[in-house]
Ligand binder design. Structure first.
Ligand code: 13P
Length: 252
């Protein structure tokens, strides 16, 4: 049985003062799903410290370098994330693929570097609206995951989560229907199982794209949807707690 995972992706939002309040309310709530709070680099130590005493929640980064520590000005290495108490790291978010030119090869190298150091990557994949309309959803996702399968061993894949985030659903208010999400999640699981059946049953596949309190339960109730990656709605701690509690209910 896969434990449900709900990850907050704060993107480039937050301040020490607003994070403190968010973390105060969140740590006082009752959530049993596993939770990752993915904050901007400069707030990771704050988030990790606040979540240290919780049973299921830990800090996550939104990116890392594919390189070892050294002469890479402005980059952050896996070792430094661990040093801050970080457990999770998002790799290959569509905003990084499209705005910062991250290829699937670079994404796979980042995922591999993360797992080798004991960080758990949340590997994002997803198609654009144009690609969906052309019937290329599965081909796009297969191509995005192929370098990951080459770069990570089966036991490493089981430690990863894959986030299906259709680009057309991110920040648009237009959520994939539960049936659309389930169809793609099942296809991703079958790609995983062709690579390694053990990893396929263990790897969490979470959905991201306009998840909110009103649609979370129906999405998380799908058999291959193991939780969510939450952008805009994670900025409101009450909405995020409500989404986590939907994940708790879906798991029961
Ligand atoms: P929204 O929840 O704002 O659509 O963002 C999804 C996302 O990009 C999470 O990584």
């Amino acid at each position: 049985m896969r434990a449900t995972l709900v990850a907050a992706n704060w993107k480039m939002n937050g301040s020490f003062a607003s994070n403190r309040e968010w973390l105060r309310v969140f740590t006082a709530s009752t959530v049993s799903s596993e939770v990752a709070v993915c904050a901007p680099y400069v707030y990771l130590a704050q988030v990790a410290d606040a979540l240290r005493g919780t049973r299921h929640a830990s800090a996550g980064a939104q990116n890392l370098s594919a390189e070892a520590p050294g002469t890479a000005t402005g980059e952050i290495a896996a070792e430094m994330l661990l040093d801050c108490g970080v457990r999770w790291v998002i790799v290959g978010h569509s905003e990084r693929r499209s705005r910062y030119g991250e290829s699937s090869g670079i994404v796979a190298a980042k995922a591999a570097r993360a797992v080798v150091h004991g960080l758990k990557p949340i590997i994002c994949v997803g198609e654009t609206l144009h690609e969906r309309e052309q019937g290329r959803t599965l081909a796009v996702i297969t191509a995005q995951l192929a370098p990951v399968f080459d770069a990570c061993a089966a036991d490493e894949l089981a430690a990863c989560a894959i986030a299906y985030e259709p680009v057309w659903a991110i920040g648009t208010g237009q959520t994939a229907t539960p049936a659309q999400a389930q169809e793609v999640h099942a296809a991703i699981r079958s790609l995983l199982s062709r690579h390694d059946p053990g990893a396929a049953s263990q790897t969490r596949i979470v959905y991201g794209g306009s998840v909110k309190p009103s649609n979370a339960l129906e999405l998380f109730a799908q058999p291959d949807v193991d939780g969510g990656l939450i952008g805009g709605a994670s900025l409101s701690v009450t909405d995020f707690i409500s989404i986590c509690q939907s994940a708790d209910r879906a798991a029961n």
